[in-house]
Design a protein around this ligand. Structure first.
Ligand SMILES: [Zn+2]
Ligand SMILES: [Zn+2]
Length: 83
């Protein structure tokens, strides 16, 4: 059954995501027009991709199944407290 994804966070800032960008990454309004985010796996250097799981969105490593690293969205947000 379709279900609202609770507490999805913007991949850029970690605030509540209200929409998705062209790459299907959850984003807030402010970051909607930005280039999709590129994240390299801190473990193996492969690109990471947004995946949707039971408990919402998360970063999963493209090197799967060799590398099974996953990260919460807010673990990999950019630090942009200051405007
Ligand atoms: Zn944002
Ligand atoms: Zn990896």
């Amino acid at each position: 059954m379709p279900q609202e994804t609770a507490m999805t966070k913007c991949v850029f800032c970690g605030k509540s995501a209200t929409t998705k960008n062209s790459a299907g990454q959850p984003v807030c309004k402010k970051h909607k027009e930005d280039e999709p985010r590129d994240v390299a796996c801190p473990e193996c250097g492969m690109p990471m991709k947004i995946k949707e799981g039971r408990y919402g969105y998360f970063w999963g490593c493209e090197g799967y199944p060799q590398c099974q690293k996953t990260y919460q969205i807010d673990a990999l947000v950019e630090d942009e407290e200051e405007e």
